[in-house]
Write a protein that binds this ligand. Structure first.
Ligand code: TYM
Length: 327
């Protein structure tokens, strides 16, 4: 079986963008692959954070992975910080990555503008840790949203460079983007991606939002001043709602558009809201049940962390040997 690796940050409750762009695809792929899904808590400290919150959010995120349908018996669902090999390989790969490459990362540029008072080295080398995450497990496929494309290309470049020097150490990973929803847009500004760190909470739907909150946020979504429901780049708000509808119902774009023929924006928003509420309902119910079962979650964290360590150390040992660390 081929290997899938992906991860999410626990900087807040994840959004519908994270769900449609990543988590939902993980669920649809996870039967055919050997999968590792990580809560990347080491990445989360590249911006200032509250320790108690990070602890809680990391646990909630890990629980959400399971609630969404990922089976921790068949997949490895774990905390990045529980596997020290990530940090070790990241250090080594630091020495095989050029400043120029990191300087070109658009996410770094955006984040350093946003966090001007804390442009730390970790924020800069963030993509190297991400490369280490992926390369440690000899990953074939990385299912992510569009915004991670550049980071993934860098991971491939680093792996190729390393292999060119030392022989075949790393598998070169391929990205996987979903058919729809690889980029879910903000409900308040459909030219921007939906982000959990948006100051305006109406801009995103959190996976744990109550049904009435979801309906309200969709109702307030920014569209445009005409009234025609068309799927087109020049109608970013409407297009985004149709994309979300299609992703949540599994209906193709054409049938989704046909479904809204002759209807108005009010109907569109109502139906999209309902599709989200219904789509998330099983996950939300399961999340509540799982959160109450502390023992079960603790056991998953322990077992799966050990499984991940075992696999990661295999690659790490090989790397250390290749670069000449004493045995
Ligand atoms: P993060 O935590 O920002 O996002 C997690 C996943 O959600 C996707 N995503 C979106 N997809 C569609 N529309 C959106 N509006 C949207 N917002 C986010 C992201 O593309 C991602 O797939 N650096 C990564 C985490 C990471 C990782 C890894 C991912 C660390 N190591 C190794 C894959 C492999 C990040 O910050 O994602």
């Amino acid at each position: 079986k081929k290997v899938i690796f992906s991860g999410m940050q626990a900087t807040g409750i994840i959004t519908l963008g994270n769900y449609i762009g990543a988590l939902k695809n993980w669920v649809s792929l996870h039967e055919q692959y050997n999968c590792l899904f990580s809560v990347v808590d080491m990445h989360s400290i590249t911006v200032r954070h509250n320790p108690a919150e990070l602890r809680k959010r990391s646990r909630d995120l890990l629980t959400l992975y399971i609630a969404a349908g990922l089976d921790p018996e068949k997949n490895i669902i774990y905390y990045q910080s529980h596997v020290p090999a990530h940090a070790e390989l990241a250090w080594i790969l630091n020495c095989y990555t050029y400043m120029g490459e990191l300087n070109r990362m658009t996410q770094y540029k955006e984040k350093s503008q946003k966090h001007e008072d804390n442009i730390n080295a970790g924020l800069f080398t963030y993509p190297i840790l991400m490369a280490a995450d992926i390369l440690l497990y000899q990953t074939d496929v990385v299912p992510v949203g569009n915004d991670q494309k550049q980071h993934l290309e860098l991971a491939r470049d680093i792996a190729t460079r390393f292999n060119n020097i030392y022989g075949d150490v790393f598998k070169i990973p391929e990205p996987y983007f979903g058919k729809v929803g690889a980029r879910v847009m903000s409900l308040q500004d459909p030219t921007k991606k939906m982000s959990k760190s948006d100051e305006n909470t109406n801009a995103f739907i959190s996976l744990l939002d109550e049904p009435d909150v979801i309906m309200k946020k969709v109702k307030r979504a920014v569209t445009d001043s005409d009234r025609e429901i068309r799927y087109s780049e020049d109608k970013a708000g409407v297009k985004n709602l149709i994309d979300i509808y299609s992703a949540m119902t599994g209906m193709g774009i054409e049938s989704a558009v046909a479904n809204f023929e002759g209807k108005g924006y009010g109907d569109l928003k109502k139906e999209v809201g309902e599709a989200i509420v219904e789509g998330l309902r099983p996950l939300q119910t399961r999340f509540k049940e799982l959160s109450a079962d502390k023992e079960y979650i603790n056991q998953v964290i322990k077992n799966n962390g050990e499984k991940a360590s075992y696999l990661a150390n295999k690659t790490l040992r090989k790397v250390k040997k290749k670069i000449g660390y004493p045995e």
